[in-house]
Design a protein around this ligand. Structure first.
Ligand SMILES: [Zn+2]
Ligand SMILES: [Zn+2]
Length: 437
């Protein structure tokens, strides 16, 4: 036993000692029995192997992340990103199919008895139209484009997990499907396109996992939430039409600015008076264009906003309500209002069993003190589409550095991730994927 343990702690010799697997400790037996896991090596030793491989690859994977961060590409334009991922997969000896649903890639790692089941792991690939302000060596080289939502970290962690899983493929049963998904940040989202091209078919994965950075959570920690976790999201576009004219002759005009102001205020009643109190709902307008002058009333005003909630019946009703309120107010003031609602992602639901299993596995891998419970949030994700089709878990990876005084929030020009999170993220993904039972 002593000899075996010393071998097992030497990462170079990990693969060689399959005979020694017979030397199980009582604790290993009980863990295997308890979780009905079908891993080849006892659970604790397997965990140690993954920790060792994640540590071994962490510097290399930080380089991968820095390359991806320095070369961000917008939604639907992830060509170089995809080529880079394909090159890494080839380097690791992992087979893949590219150009799935645009620039998406599906890679496959077959364990023992690959037909037994399939588990899917997903990372998104696209960046945002933001100019990076961080003065770092890996600062974005693409003007006006930045990985400000951490998708560079997601791709890196999935590549790292792929590397570990490929190295340990004799240790688990079934097939791991790696999904590199483009265009998460832009409607209609790359998830739908990949689903249409069969990412969840032949065979249907039993479970799918997604890992996303969380800037408020310290690196080294991860977070989970069962049930409804992220909101549905729709883009609301209103065009108020009236009669423009001299600001000093209101009696000759139909004042679009005043109509727009009334509509914005009244819209808040859709949330405060019509939304079922138990269903979180947000209606926010972030863009109002009334391009007149101090003395000119414009003939149209544009109002753009977002509607988010957690219930499909209420969502449909709210859309109707928005149209009725906008039209009604505009008509009552002599104008009109065109309403266009671009229906986006559904709410994201984390399967109870899959998420509880993942949370328990995270506690085993990182220690219970590094696993936190998350609150529901009004942000949205196109991972939601997967979550409505197969049991899913979308969890969070802490990326906050202990030295950072301010939160470097997602979708800002100062977002960054503590790179120690990469070792955690890739190891945990591999650990979760291998321990499905
Ligand atoms: Zn984002
Ligand atoms: Zn994101």
């Amino acid at each position: 036993m002593t000899a075996f343990l010393s071998v097992d702690h030497n990462p170079i010799a990990l693969e060689a000692k399959t005979d020694s697997v017979l030397l199980l400790s009582l604790q290993d037996y009980s863990l295997l029995h308890l979780h009905k896991r079908k891993t080849f090596t006892p659970v604790n030793m397997l965990k140690e192997k993954i920790h060792l491989l994640a540590a071994r690859y962490s510097n290399d994977m930080s380089e991968v992340r820095r390359h991806l961060h320095a070369h961000p590409e917008l939604s639907e334009k992830e060509k170089e990103t995809a080529a880079f991922i394909c090159a890494r997969l080839e380097e690791y000896g992992i087979s893949y199919r590219n150009n799935v649903g645009g620039n998406g890639i599906i890679a496959v790692i077959k364990g023992r008895d690959p037909e037994l089941k399939t588990i899917a792991l997903r990372a998104d690939m696209d960046a945002l139209p933001i100019t990076e302000q961080n003065e770092v060596t890996y600062k974005s080289l693409n003007a006006g484009v930045m990985h400000a939502c951490g998708h560079d970290v997601h791709m890196t962690c999935l590549l790292g997990a792929a590397r570990i899983l490929n190295e340990l493929k004799l240790e688990f049963e079934g097939t791991i499907r790696l999904v590199f998904q483009p265009s998460e940040e832009k409607f209609p989202g790359g998830a739908l396109a990949m689903i249409k091209e069969g990412v969840l078919e032949n065979p249907v994965p039993e479970r799918i996992y997604g890992q996303h950075v969380l800037p408020t959570l310290e690196a080294g920690k991860v977070g989970f939430k069962t049930g409804k976790y992220m909101a549905s999201t729709d883009e609301i576009y209103l065009t108020v039409k009236g009669k423009g004219g001299h600001a000093a002759t209101p009696e000759l005009n139909v004042d679009t600015v005043l109509i727009a102001s009334h509509i914005i205020v009244a819209m808040q009643q859709v949330v405060s008076r019509s939304a079922p109190p138990g269903i979180p709902t947000v209606l926010s307008f972030g863009r109002v264009i009334a391009d007149g002058r101090t003395n000119i009333i414009p003939s149209q005003v544009k109002i753009d906003g977002t509607f988010r909630t957690f219930d499909e019946t209420w969502r449909a009703k709210a859309h109707e309500k928005i149209v009725v309120v906008a039209n009604g107010i505009a008509a009552s003031m002599g104008g009109s209002c065109e309403v266009f609602i671009d229906k986006g992602y559904p709410f994201l639901v984390n399967d109870l069993e899959v998420t509880n299993d993942a949370k328990q596995l995270a506690a085993e891998y990182l220690g219970a003190e590094n696993v936190v419970d998350l609150e529901q949030r009004m942000t949205a994700e196109d991972f939601a589409y997967y979550s409505h089709m197969i049991p899913a878990c979308f969890y969070r990876l802490g990326v906050k550095s202990p030295g950072w005084k301010e939160i470097r929030n997602l979708h800002t020009s100062v977002f960054d991730a503590d790179e120690s999170s990469i070792e955690v993220g890739m190891g945990l993904m591999a650990w979760i994927a291998m321990n499905n039972y």
